[in-house]
Write a protein that binds this ligand. Structure first.
Ligand code: ADP
Ligand code: MG
Length: 844
């Protein structure tokens, strides 16, 4: 053991200067005995004195030392709730909030005093004295009562995880604490920042955050040596590798629990199922492993919540949105000679996409155990799953004694890394990977990707093996990979997130002065300013002359509810009233994914499609009239729904994609995004009760018009006007070239239509539109625009007000959102206001 400290069962005065404020708690003797083994008990005096003497204290201690379960009890006993105020504890994870509140209530023998509150549920009452909650819940409370008058202490737990919410909470609290110090009515507020023994300098050495550097208390804990073993090579399929390693440990190594780290619920269930098959236990009743068919963990939360919400709703209640199924693909499918194109052979990435699509068939672990080099039989395993959404009684089984003759084996996501401590673990098997949220900087859409974790996280995982005795950690990757590919620490989430989105979120929370906000790790200031400007032109913010601050508008508030980039959030917010939501969801999903339509040459398959063939296919997708005017996004819309139609009717999307030059992997991604967004929309706007209908009919003419307006509303920062070719240019070649040019935004030089844009391909028969919005400008040999949609200039005063200089005697256009009701107005007929409006001059 590194620390020779013997726990002092009864510190002298337990950090309370006046023991008369002390409240005694009558714990069960067994609980008391176990508590006394926790390293943090020996530090109670020091911790409580520090909290007494300082407004802010940082407490760092090895996972399992007792921070989360014991510190709230210390505070309660010391009388911090005597004034009727609460002890608040925030957790970045919902499960931690729930299970820890249960545990603390149990340990204190006062279950009614300890409650939890997470986004959709909670059990707080009059009697609550200690309240566990997610960081998001406390932020919302702050928006209502900035001084947090209900609380005498706030504990920010797991601060090392550096979730954006935790960071913003700490920033806010650094201001609330001094406010409360002077607040004679409500008394002081104590702040305790708790973290695992990872980097805490960002909190203590940031002069913007705390005026006086808070003391850092390190809790020494008995940690035994862990030997780390690396693989010689790094396997791709870490789930199979984990299975093999666990079997080998179980067969060959002395007793001691095994803890396996993988990245998601599905992998956990897959492994547990297989291990139970291989080493069956008679005691373990065949409990159900919930499976969610390839969904990410966060998706599952939403899915579960939705399911609950739907159950609550009356049965038989009709969806207000008419389902738009129908053989859309029939009349509109491109009529191309199907034999003309060769199928593109599957490459690795596409094979992967297939696996996503059909998890059952491709399930590696269903393979014969012998082919994996695994033997069955022998000592039974007590194999338990652990992930954040497992219900709490199943979760609690990791703390129960293991039945006679069994070896414990827990398969977990990174939840067992720092927030839960499992007793009796001697072997850790670590795949080294984590599932992380990625925010596409361009689109703001969140995706989940499996990547290498950090060195700090890997060492934290290894440490789980050394709690009772020296242990071993088997890393399913090579030491080279660890050395070269693992970052030292995980980056704080705030640096990975686009700031447009963050600024909007903060304003929605009531934090108006974003530029001066004391971030523990600040994003770039210039980025914050640019973000404010863009949000202003989107109509999410408005400049308040009195306060000289950019305030959030009702539109901005509704936008902030959608987890996508603000421009897309605006499109979704505007679609609410017109039953356009399913189309907008498809559009947003499609615009988010790169290269949906194959460009040539394609990888090694240059001969599969030539330029002409790609152009021809695109032209066929284009359509006529209003469909054509919706431009490149319409092609995406048609492609998605036609592919889904094929997938549904013939079950073969890949084949269809190959025939029509669509990227299959992109289609799979779009399908996932559509599901995710449909779920989110249902959470934000439960009354529209949207069903995900993969096959939809085409929008009619009126709907196409509305969709164009919606695209404009989201892309107000990307408006372009076709260049008039000056008469003094006479060279026909030069003239022809300039006919493809647009003047865009604040770019001085003309920007050219991309050769793949449908308006370019059709320009012989249809004149390219005068006014457009576009998705992006990119540079090759010259500047090009991609993703064009035609717009009507009379829409601009309505949707792109900030771009227009109104000429007198122009009246103010009809408001496009109603400030009183906070509802977004969008006219049904596709026309706005009196036709007689003078055309605005645009400041482009
Ligand atoms: P820390 O927050 O420092 O990581 P905790 O307070 O979470 O530590 O855990 C302290 C101890 O309490 C650990 O040994 C852990 O195994 C135990 N523990 C936590 N929750 C439970 C529970 N529900 N049942 C039994 N033991 C638990
Ligand atoms: Mg903890």
């Amino acid at each position: 053991p590194k620390s020779g400290k013997i726990p002092r069962t009864l510190p002298i005065n337990r950090g309370v200067p006046n023991p008369s404020t002390f409240i005694s708690v009558h714990r069960h003797p067994e609980v008391q005995t176990n508590r006394e083994k926790l390293p943090i008990l020996a530090e109670e005096q020091i911790i409580m004195e520090a909290i007494h003497d300082h407004p802010v204290v940082v407490l760092a201690g090895e996972t399992g030392s007792g921070k989360t379960t014991q510190v709230p009890q210390f505070l309660y006993e010391a009388g911090y709730t005597k004034s009727g105020k609460l002890i608040g504890v925030t957790e970045p994870r919902r499960v931690a909030a729930m299970s820890m509140s249960q545990r603390v209530g149990f340990e204190m023998n006062l279950p009614d005093l300890v409650s939890y509150q997470i986004r959709f549920e909670g059990n707080t009452s009059e009697q609550t004295r200690i309240k566990f909650m997610t960081d998001g819940v406390l932020l919302r409370e702050m928006a209502k009562d900035f001084r947090l008058r209900k609380y005498s202490v706030i504990i920010i737990d797991e601060a090392h995880e550096r979730s954006v919410f935790t960071d913003i909470l700490i920033g806010n609290l650094s201001r609330i604490v001094p406010l409360r110090a002077k607040d004679t009515e409500n008394g002081p507020l104590k702040l305790i920042v708790m973290s695992a023994t990872l980097r805490v300098e960002d909190f203590t050495e940031n002069s913007k955050l705390f005026k006086t550097v808070p003391p850092v208390i390190k809790v020494e804990s008995r940690q035994f040596e862990t030997t780390c073993h690396f693989q010689r090579t790094t396997p791709d399929d870490y789930v199979s590798a984990a299975l093999k390693k666990a079997c080998k440990i179980h067969r060959e190594l002395p007793e001691g629990g095994i803890l396996i780290f993988v990245t998601g619920q599905q992998e956990v269930n897959q492994l547990v199922r297989k291990l139970r098959d291989l080493y069956p236990s008679k005691n373990l009743e065949k409990d159900q492993l919930d499976d969610f068919n390839g969904l990410d963990e966060e998706d599952e939360t939403i899915e579960k919540t939705l399911r609950k919400a739907t159950l609550k709703r009356k049965k038989g209640q009709q969806s207000k949105v008419p389902t738009r199924s129908g053989p859309m693909a029939k009349g509109v499918l491109p009529r191309v000679d199907l034999n003309q194109y060769r199928a593109i052979p599957l490459d690795d990435t596409e094979a992967d996409a297939m696996r996503d699509d059909q998890p059952e068939e491709e399930d590696v672990l269903e393979a014969d155990p012998e082919s994996l080099g695994v033997t069955t039989g022998g000592q039974p395993l007590w194999c338990l799953p652990l992930y954040s959404l497992l219900n709490s009684d199943k979760q609690a089984r990791i703390f129960e004694p293991v039945p006679e003759g069994h070896r414990l084996c827990v398969v977990s996501t990174n939840i067992a890394e720092t927030s839960l401590t499992i007793p009796g673990i001697k072997y850790v098997v670590d795949c080294g990977k984590v599932k992380t949220k990625f925010y596409d900087k361009l689109t703001g859409v969140t995706t989940y990707q499996v990547t290498w974790g950090s060195k700090a996280a890997a060492n934290q995982r290894a440490g789980r093996a050394g709690r009772v005795a020296p242990g071993h950690c088997y890393r399913l990757f090579s030491s080279e990979v660890f050395k070269n590919d693992f970052p030292l620490h995980a980056q704080p989430e705030i640096l990975k997130r686009p700031v447009d989105d963050l600024v909007l979120q903060m304003k929605a929370m009531g934090i108006m002065n974003v530029i001066n906000f004391p971030f523990p790790t600040p994003p770039e200031m210039s980025q914050l300013k640019v973000a404010e400007r863009r949000l202003l032109s989107l109509g999410a913010l408005r400049f308040d002359k009195a306060s000289k601050i950019h305030q959030i508008t009702p539109l901005g508030k509704s936008m902030s509810a959608f987890p996508v980039a603000p421009c897309f959030a605006k499109m979704l917010a505007l679609s609410e009233q017109q039953n356009l939501m399913p189309y907008t969801i498809s559009l947003v999903s499609a615009l988010t994914v790169q290269e949906v339509l194959l460009e040539t040459p394609v990888g090694n398959h240059e001969d599969s499609f030539n330029q002409d063939e790609v152009r021809k296919i695109r032209k066929i997708w284009a359509g006529k009239g209003n469909h054509l005017l919706l431009g490149d996004p319409m092609i995406l819309l048609k492609a998605i729904h036609a592919a889904e139609y094929e997938a549904g009717s013939r079950g073969n999307m890949l084949d269809f994609c190959n025939r029509y030059a669509l990227r299959h992997k992109a289609m799979i991604e779009i399908r996932k995004l559509r599901r995710q967004l449909t779920n989110e929309v249902n959470l934000v706007l439960p009354h529209i009760n949207l069903a995900l209908d993969p096959k939809m009919s085409l929008p009619d003419d009126n709907e196409s018009n509305l969709l164009r307006q919606i695209v404009l509303a989201g892309m107000v920062n990307q408006v372009g006007r076709r260049l008039e070719v000056p008469p003094n240019i006479t060279d026909p070649k030069e003239r022809a070239k300039l006919e493809n040019a647009y003047q865009c935004g604040n770019l001085a030089d003309p920007v050219f239509m991309h050769g793949r844009s449908i308006f370019f391909l059709k320009k012989k028969t249809v004149k390219p539109p005068e006014w457009i919005v576009y998705q992006e400008v990119f540079e090759t040999d010259r500047m090009h625009i991609r993703g064009m949609t035609a717009i009507e200039p009379e829409w601009l005063p309505v949707f792109a007000k900030t771009l227009c200089n109104f000429l007198p005697p122009c009246q103010e256009p009809e408001p496009w959102y109603d400030i009183e009701s906070g509802r977004v107005m969008c006219k049904i007929n596709g026309t706005f206001g009196p036709q007689a409006w003078p055309l605005p001059t645009l400041t482009l």
